[in-house]
Design a protein around this ligand. Sequence first.
Ligand SMILES: *Cc1c(COP(=O)(O)O)cnc(C)c1O
Length: 391
Amino acid sequence: MNYHISERAASLAPSLTLAISAKAKQLKAAGQDVIGFGAGEPDFDTPQHIKDAAIKALNDGFTKYTAASGIPELKDAIVEKFQRDNGLDYKPSQIVVSCGGKHSCYNIMMAICNSGDEVIIPAPYWLSYPEMVKLAGGIPVILDTTDVTQFKVTPEQLRDAITDRTRLFILNTPSNPTGSVYTPEEIKALGDVCVEKGVMILSDEIYEQLIYGDAVHKSVASFSAEHQAHTIITHGLAKAWSMTGWRLGFLAAPEPIAKAISALQSHSTSNPTSFAQVGGVEALRGSQDHLKEWLPEFDRRRRYAHERLEAMPGISCVNAEGAFYLFPNISGTGMKSTEFCDKLLEQSQVAAVPGIAFGSDDYIRISYATGMSQIEKGMERMDAFARSLQS
Ligand SMILES: *Cc1c(COP(=O)(O)O)cnc(C)c1O
């Protein structure tokens, strides 16, 4: 039987991150002691007070449809978050609660792109961005960066890429997959170009809270009313509250865009899960003390892994100050990323994600969202692997 698959679905690239984790799982099931550096989620559990709030909501019978764009209490909590953390004023009508940061990004592409519209995406990129743009009929325009600029695009690069078909520029800081954090000056300069050219910015700030060392996070929307008017911020509860499985995200946008996205959502997913939203209210309004434990621990792992990677022959690694990723350059080994990761997994039982998945074939992604003893063991193996390539 010849099944009919739409051009839309057929054009999608399958997820390489999923392929590598499937292979790692297979080896684990076969009894091998695999160290996983592939995780895209924190290894910590959701804080108890957040779980308790959702459990109570469930027990209280909060189990029905809610407003498609989210419950008023959660929108209020999100408005408070932007005021408190970013100095940004939004009205609840500018907030759309979604089933995850990914869902928010998808809705934005669907609400903004017509067929043939261009979306500028710096590489290395989060692997879903280009696929979402394609799904919406748009054309991803990739701007390559390297470790020489800590994987940051320059205002000149951005300016040169803008055409009269450009609808959106995607800025993700702190970054997945590189962990890089743009400075406030760098962010403002990119925002200035977008304001001048009338291009909207999708600012993916899901790793806002996960920064270390001297890094600071500044939202591009916060530089002026003009910047805010050109920005859609996407965020979510997945990373800083370790709620990946809850499927809860949100965005803040100029009102006409928020309205269009609410309408889209009302005909697709409808509301995010009712009792998960109550957990979201507690996450945003309740204690943030969990971060006092998580951040020093992430930072400790980050410093350790960075030092070990830098000492490996054929490998170099910029010291990224955000999220929970490092993005070492493996070109000195003479291999491209897929071959490197395949061999690393087969010969040393260490799973990492090839950079090609993020548009950069000379690098691999190392996630340090795993326990310190695993990181020590994995780095030891990777070091031996890198040394074996030299002889
Ligand atoms: C994890 C992640 C998201 C959102 O994840 P959800 O689980 O859908 O909330 C968005 N952007 C980036 C860059 C991410 O790494």
